[in-house]
Design a protein around this ligand. Structure first.
Ligand code: CMX
Length: 441
């Protein structure tokens, strides 16, 4: 751990110096213009944030420290030969920008195991909720209960110096990543398995152990969890969960508060909750059409009905991507390798052939292609994880790797409190009528 921490600190000091120089020489360089439409329409395309861990290309998809999903699947160390990459290896890569050796990842897995204890009062807090509570609410309540353990909060209260913020954030980050799968597994076992808790297996890697604690010891399911935890980890800084974590963290709210805030954003149906919405939508379609394997024509009619009812087709579209999400492709490859004949998975592939032309024909959908959420549920159902309301919790466990490594960078680079300017429409009108010189006056 000390080695990883020192490596991170050295990288952060180096980049911090480079940024100082960049700002000294180019701080006043104009990087583009902002259109009035952008401030009304979700700030699309507005470059407004720095996030070191990943970068999203509209055509090629996400790159983690310049590595595509395909490259990660090739290059990151694995639990088994020819298998899926270890998510803690991706965390290492996002944190220090280097692909770790297998030995370095094994050390990190062991450290996470050692730091994974969740105090009993956290479980008691979650247990106090009625079982009908949505799993994402239970999960965030668990994280909030755990906040009492924050190193950052304790050290800040004791008068921590600014120069130590990064270190307290780093400690909280490792503790949180170690403990989050335990909280998530508890949510699942409490809500769906009569509260029968399964003890961790100290010999397993982070995602393998998570699968085990959920109650899925099938080796293939563990591989799915490793892939799942890798592909959902980060999607640059502007998406709702990453941006919220960063924003809340900028007030020096500790990593527990910041991550919990981000996950409340992930729980929205246009963001992470879309994974439950997709499978719910497919199940409803199967029920209504009375078939497990709807034809392309039947799917087309059902999509048109969904649109006519004023709803979105879940799992399709994206605010940045303009092609099929490589995270969808990675899951499709997993499906082709492990379950090529699964009827539900085949239905997902048939939907993929059917939906894009329909969305294209609407003339307003900027990206008619599937995103990560279009595929994930069908793979989980294949292994028996059918409780789709739980799916966003899996996304949240993975997302911790990205948003928390980013938070370490925010504190190490001394990022200030975020505070963009807002204006009223009355102010916009005054400015358009040339009553004032500057928008906002
Ligand atoms: N089905 C139907 N209509 C869609 C659509 C879809 N899948 N995707 C976009 N549209 C519509 C929008 O609702 C919007 O309609 P209005 O002008 O009537 O409001 C219009 O097309 C233009 O939207 P856009 O610019 O193409 O998309 P946005 O950047 O505004 O939104 C997203 C992006 C993802 C919210 C949207 O595509 C969507 O709602 N998709 C379905 C939900 C989903 O899968 N979300 C998960 C995204 C990935 C993730 O974060 O996990």
């Amino acid at each position: 751990m000390e080695m990883l921490k020192q490596k991170f600190k050295a990288q952060a000091d180096k980049l911090g110096e480079e940024i100082k120089q960049i700002l000294k020489e180019h701080g006043d360089t104009v990087i583009g213009e902002i259109k009035l439409s952008q401030i009304y329409q979700g700030m699309r395309g507005m470059i407004a944030l720095i996030s070191e861990t990943s970068l999203l290309d509209a055509q090629d998809g996400i790159r983690f420290r310049r590595h595509t999903i395909d490259e990660l699947r090739q290059k990151l160390p694995k639990a088994k030969e020819g298998g899926e990459p270890l998510p803690e290896a991706l965390f290492y890569l996002m944190l220090v920008g280097e692909i770790p050796t297998k030995e370095e990842v094994d050390t990190l897995s062991a450290i996470l195991q050692r730091r994974s204890h969740v105090p009993m009062y956290v479980y008691e807090t979650m247990k106090a909720l009625p079982t009908e509570t949505h799993p994402m609410t239970m999960f965030v309540v668990g994280i909030m209960a755990l906040q009492a353990e924050s190193v950052f909060a304790k050290r800040y209260a004791a008068g921590m110096s600014k120069k130590d913020y990064w270190e307290a954030t780093f400690e909280d980050t490792l503790d949180l990543i170690a403990r989050i799968p335990h909280i998530a597994a508890y949510v699942y076992r409490r809500k769906y398995k009569e509260g029968k808790i399964l003890h961790p297996d100290g010999l397993l890697d982070w995602a393998g152990n998570f699968a085990h604690m959920l109650g899925y010891d099938d080796e293939e399911f563990k591989e799915l969890m490793r892939l799942y935890m890798v592909i959902h980890a980060d999607h640059e800084g502007g998406n709702v969960s990453a941006h919220t974590t960063h924003l809340v963290g900028s007030a020096l709210s500790d990593p527990y508060l910041s991550y919990a805030a981000g996950m409340n954003g992930l729980a929205g149906p246009l963001h992470g909750l879309a994974n439950q919405e997709v499978i719910k939508w497919i199940f409803e379609m199967q029920r209504e059409l009375k078939t497990e394997s709807p034809t392309s024509e039947q799917i087309k009619q059902y999509v048109e009905k969904t649109l006519a009812e004023g709803k979105v087709v879940p799992g399709y579209g994206h605010a940045v991507l303009r092609k099929t999400d490589p995270r969808f492709i990675a899951q499709m490859e997993f499906g082709k390798k492990h379950m090529p004949d699964d009827p539900l998975v085949n239905t997902v592939w048939r939907i993929y052939e059917t939906v894009p032309p329909i969305l294209q024909s609407l003339g307003k959908v900027k990206n008619p292609w599937p995103n990560v959420d279009a595929h994930s549920g069908a793979l989980l159902v294949h292994y028996g994880l059918v409780e789709y309301e739980y799916y966003t919790v899996l996304f949240a466990v993975s997302r911790a790797l990205g948003v928390l490594s980013s938070l370490c960078w925010d504190r190490a680079l001394g990022m200030p409190i975020e505070r963009p300017k807002s204006v009223t429409t009355a102010a916009v009108k005054r400015w358009l009528n040339k009553e004032v010189e500057n928008l906002g006056d």
